[in-house]
Design a binder for this molecule. Structure first.
Ligand SMILES: *Cc1c(COP(=O)(O)O)cnc(C)c1O
Length: 375
């Protein structure tokens, strides 16, 4: 038998989350962002529930080819555009749209012998100072692109730096409006945080939104917002089992560095999950976990292949928790344990990071399973 750890992708939750995004911005086209192998879920595992999206957005041509290989004939966009001239060849062949964020990419297009003219998303640097043309140079870039026979259609895009917190999107929204005023073309500016927090305000959602993290059931603005607040469901569960137990007496310690000391007699479980599975080592005593669907906490340091959990609460709840019990590191307990969930955002907060990082970092040794769509 393999180690009992596994990651489960809940296809029904992914579809539910796409619908939640749509409800927030009705009549707007939705890019399902599936970069980083669908935020660690696996493009092939989320394709079915995301087929209702209007297009797929990603970074990597190989991932774009995988989406085409699944049979997707609709729009695909490369959010960082092409990385070298010959990528343009593949874009023409597979009908892939691409961002244009720098002069070099325009030079490559100008020299490119294309059969089918390209659709590009011209990126404005609205103040994040990562990719894109500054407002002062944006119209020149637009004019250069529009003069190229290789370019069929120019859309306009920007990315917010603070949609998930303060100061919000107001200032960069104004920068976008001014820089693009009067230019033709479809527009795309909102990520998940902007969709959920501001998408219902007039003039924010524009023509296309780019939904990533919301589809995977993590709140982009945790702890101000939560998946419950936004009506999202966890798309990934990391589950394992208890492979041993120990009975502690007051003064006994747990794990490397003896970082936890029992003050009362207590029973603890040893879980087959460690940092080599992608569970953050920085999660020390007190990180929430579910044992048999009952919320409890980790104890002491996470080791490479194991961590310890407090069984006091599950036992008090009447479960015979011990050897073989189900442990949910994040996500949803199995139906036999009530289907309770532990948002990945809560674990991420204990690891001083975001749900994004945890879901992308599940280690290759963890086997994945799909909980398929019901119909
Ligand atoms: C990753 C990404 C998104 C999606 O962001 P979320 O916060 O996951 O919704 C949107 N736009 C661009 C340009 C991105 O790189």
């Amino acid at each position: 038998m393999p180690r009992p750890i596994q990651a489960i992708v809940h296809q029904g939750a992914v579809r539910h989350n796409l619908q939640a995004v749509r409800r927030q911005v009705p009549d707007v086209k939705v890019w399902a962002v599936v970069k980083a192998n669908a935020y660690g879920h696996g493009i092939e595992r989320v394709y079915e529930p995301l087929r209702g999206a209007d297009g797929f957005a990603l970074l990597d041509l190989q991932e774009a080819e995988r989406v085409r290989a699944l049979g997707w004939r609709g729009p695909i966009v490369l959010l960082e555009g092409v990385f070298e001239p010959r990528d343009l060849e593949i874009c023409s062949r597979l009908g892939i749209w691409h961002a244009v964020h720098c002069d070099q990419q325009i030079d490559w297009l100008a020299a490119h012998k294309t059969h089918a003219p390209h659709r590009v998303f011209l990126k404005l640097n609205g103040g994040m100072n990562r990719l894109g043309f500054t407002p002062a140079r944006y119209r020149t870039a637009w004019a250069r692109l529009s003069a190229l026979p290789q370019v069929e259609e120019i859309s306009l895009m920007m990315h917010f730096s603070d949609a998930d917190g303060e100061p919000g999107i107001e200032r960069q929204l104004a920068v976008f409006r001014e820089a693009t005023d009067g230019l033709p073309g479809e527009r795309s500016i909102c990520n998940s945080a902007a969709i959920l927090r501001f998408g219902a305000q007039p003039g924010v959602s524009q023509d296309w939104v780019r939904a990533g993290i919301a589809l995977y059931g993590s709140s982009p603005d945790y702890p101000a917002g939560s998946i419950e607040r936004w009506g999202l469901q966890p798309a990934m569960s990391l589950r394992s089992r208890i492979i041993d137990t120990q009975q502690l007496q007051p003064g006994d310690t747990v794990g490397y560095g003896s970082r936890f000391t029992a003050e009362v007699p207590m029973r603890i479980g040893i879980v087959a999950c460690g940092y080599a599975d992608g569970y953050p080592r920085i999660c020390d005593t007190g990180t929430p976990v579910l044992v048999d669907g009952v919320r409890t906490r980790t104890l002491g340091r996470v080791s490479m292949d194991m961590l310890a959990v407090d069984l006091t609460a599950p036992i008090a709840a009447g479960h015979a928790s011990g050897f073989g019990s189900e442990v949910v590191l994040w996500g949803r307990a199995s139906a036999t344990h009530g289907g309770q969930w532990l948002p990945i955002d809560e674990v991420a907060a204990h690891a001083q990071t975001l749900g994004y990082e945890l879901m992308c970092a599940v280690a290759p040794r963890v086997p994945f399973e799909i909980e398929p769509l019901q119909d």
